[in-house]
Design a protein around this ligand. Structure first.
Ligand SMILES: NC(=O)c1ccc[n+]([C@@H]2O[C@H](COP(=O)([O-])OP(=O)(O)OC[C@H]3O[C@@H](n4cnc5c(N)ncnc54)[C@H](OP(=O)(O)O)[C@@H]3O)[C@@H](O)[C@H]2O)c1
Length: 350
């Protein structure tokens, strides 16, 4: 059986170690992908440091992937061999992990990338977009955590529907924050107010944010800035930082009937919670059955959105030394990056 190089997390709280894995055979509705670029996500170091999410070890992680289709399972009609695509991995399932040279992916959660988009750029997008998309647009049926329940902007007349409604994105400079800003722009929200380090302001304006407030200001000063921009309270708040302080801050600004989505477990103080203001922790895994219908719709339109420039990739920093380079790069990600995605090249593994 042909083999490939793979990066394993050997055990719970364990170390990463290079090894080999078989080159998989795609099953029904799966594609085999030659991984050209694998984006790094906080989840990759969170699994190692906190021993959460994954139960079976050794495991191959990696959930943000761009590459070339080299094999097609039964029933796959949207793709052919040689297509350049982006897709997501399934955390905890090694054959669907991106930290190896070849992986399996679900065809419904895969989209072609435009000719002018690099693999590196494409590898910045899937996880962030799915997290934001599921939180903002899930129809609510079996939704994990909750949903803001907004109308899809990529279908029917959903685009621009929320014109004139303000929205707040806390932590806009992260990958997920950038994705949320761009989707909310498609939905028509205005103003789109975000908090970020100010060196990222120009970039976030290019993505659609209308107002950038220095995230390092005291919360009272951030609140005062927001009040200067709009006197309306928010029906939708997206907390892409997910820290206890950002969640509690965002919750206070919600209108009656409003909803706040957060990227980390709900940390709103229980005494603050009221019946008519919702907050929830989203789980953006698009391969989960509950998210599949939405994911199918989104990935079927994603290529067009990328071609039109509706969705732009994050800025990239390439990690040297192929798969082995991922280990120190995860340390760097854990220490904190600003407005950039770290991207590894599994094919460059020596
Ligand atoms: N639940 C899910 O499905 C899901 C999916 C993906 C990610 N996540 C989680 O979402 C979080 C963000 O992920 P990511 O990929 O976007 O991370 P990232 O790109 O590494 O985020 C880095 C950004 O966080 C910003 N930041 C840090 N502290 C902040 C604060 N107090 N206020 C505002 N911004 C702050 C920084 O902003 P500046 O550069 O402006 O300083 C930086 O740009 C992580 O905790 C991740 O685990 C959850």
């Amino acid at each position: 059986m042909p083999e490939q190089k793979a990066l394993y997390l050997t055990e719970k709280f364990g170390a990463f170690s290079m090894g080999t894995a078989p080159i998989y055979k795609p099953g029904p509705e799966e594609v085999l992908v030659r991984v050209e670029a694998a984006g790094l996500n906080p989840a990759d170091w969170i699994v190692q440091s906190y021993g959460v999410i994954v139960e079976e070890y050794p495991v191959i992680l990696g959930i943000d992937i761009a590459g070339t289709i080299v094999g097609l399972g039964e029933g796959v009609t949207r793709f052919k061999k040689g297509d350049r695509i982006l897709t997501g991995g399934k955390i905890g399932q090694s054959d669907h992990g991106g930290f190896q040279q070849y992986m399996l992916a679900y065809d419904f959660a895969t989209a072609k990338i435009p000719d002018e988009m690099s693999f590196d750029e494409a590898a910045t997008l899937t996880v962030a977009l799915c997290a934001a998309m599921v939180a903002l647009y899930h129809d609510g049926v079996d939704a994990i955590g909750g949903t803001c329940g907004l109308t899809l902007p990529w279908e029917g007349r959903g685009r621009g529907k929320y014109q004139g409604e303000p929205v707040l994105v806390l932590g806009g400079a992260g990958s997920v924050g950038q994705a949320a800003i761009q989707l909310l722009k498609l939905s028509g929200f205005s103003p789109i107010i975000t908090t970020s380090s100010l060196q990222n302001a120009d970039w976030l304006k290019q993505l659609g944010a209308t107002h950038i407030i220095d995230r390092k200001l005291p919360s009272e000063a951030i609140g005062a800035e927001i009040r200067r921009i709009t006197s309306k309270s928010f029906t939708t708040v997206f907390d892409a930082a997910g820290l206890p302080e950002t969640q509690n801050f965002g919750y206070d600004l919600l209108a009656s009937g409003g909803t706040m989505a957060a990227v980390r477990p709900d940390a709103v103080q229980p005494e603050k919670k009221v019946e008519d203001k919702k907050s929830f922790f989203m789980f953006g895994g698009v391969s989960l059955p509950q998210n599949r219908k939405l994911g199918t719709s989104f990935f079927s339109k994603l290529t067009e959105m990328l071609e039109r420039g509706d969705i732009k990739p994050n800025r990239i920093e390439v990690v040297p030394n192929g798969l082995e380079g991922i280990v120190p790069a995860l340390g760097k990600l854990k220490a904190g990056v600003s407005c950039v995605k770290l991207v590894a090249h599994p094919q460059e593994t020596v």
